[in-house]
Design a protein around this ligand. Structure first.
Ligand code: KIV
Length: 263
């Protein structure tokens, strides 16, 4: 696998080849995930839950994110490295610029932020200044308290319309990628079809251009997991085997199955 860029993912969307993203927070897993052929690594603020032991991503700081992004990038993975802007680190365009600068200087190739229409101006400003953006829509974990829990989003026609409108608007603002989390599969399919930019799903059905899972979940290490998670360590004798099994299953269309999706 050569060095993966956003152009690689654009071409994969165009040709209908599925791509894979896995979260990583350190150099060892960054190297292994790159070696098993995942096109993207997400330094997710999920680290607040799986590494730090919090019950949400809200306590994660920009310094935490910059530190773990440096650790991941030090392994020089071939995968595209996307790093999360944590809670309250992008409340204004100016603040987003400063926070995103820290992550890009830590080695990220792209930053991810949670939100739609309200982020349009911020996304345009970042992109104009050379910082590629991935927008996260649907169940955005930093808003868990607004949602009243980790709940599927987009089930009513009004919510579905609003998520679709957000997706179109952030594409128009210059975003390069979208993560869609915990939305009905028909909505994810519709958005994926309507957007020119690649869409990565998590709990969003089989029709998105790529799939992402939190590494600890797919390796069967998490205590509580959502319906969309599959333990890829079953039948595997090594961590690399489990990660490769996820990559292979996405590429072959064996994951996700109906049992992993919401309607
Ligand atoms: O932080 C994270 O790991 C994420 C994924 C759940 C998409 O945002």
């Amino acid at each position: 696998m050569g060095k993966i860029t956003i152009s690689t993912l654009d071409k994969m969307k165009a040709s209908g080849e599925k791509f894979v993203c896995i979260t990583a927070y350190d150099a060892t897993f960054s190297r292994i995930i790159s070696e098993v052929g995942a096109e993207a690594i997400l330094v997710g603020d999920s680290l607040g839950m799986v590494l730090q032991g919090h019950d949400s991503t809200i306590p994660v700081t920009i310094s935490d994110m910059a530190y773990h992004t440096q650790c991941v990038c030090r392994a020089e993975p071939k995968s595209l490295v996307i790093a999360d802007l944590p809670f309250m680190s992008y409340t204004t365009t100016q603040q987003a610029m400063e926070s995103a600068t820290q992550l890009m200087q830590a080695g990220a190739h792209m930053v991810k932020m949670e939100g739609g229409t309200w982020l349009s101006d911020t996304i345009s400003s970042l992109v104009e200044r050379g910082i590629p953006v991935c927008a996260h829509l649907g169940l955005t974990p930093q808003s868990v308290n607004t949602f009243g829990g980790f709940k599927v989003q987009g089930r009513t026609p009004k919510e579905a319309k609003s998520i679709l409108a957000d997706a179109v608007e952030i594409q128009d603002a210059g975003a390069s990628l979208v993560v869609l989390e915990c939305v009905p599969s028909h909505l994810a399919a519709d958005i994926t079809r309507k957007l020119d930019i690649p869409v990565i799903g998590i709990g969003a059905g089989r029709d998105t251009d790529g799939q992402v899972l939190v590494m600890h979940d797919l390796l069967g290490l998490s205590q509580h997991t959502a319906r969309f998670v599959q333990n890829f360590m079953e039948d595997q004798s090594s961590i690399a085997g489990g990660l490769r099994a996820f990559v292979d299953a996405v590429k072959a269309g064996r994951y996700p199955q109906e049992e992993h999706t919401y309607n």
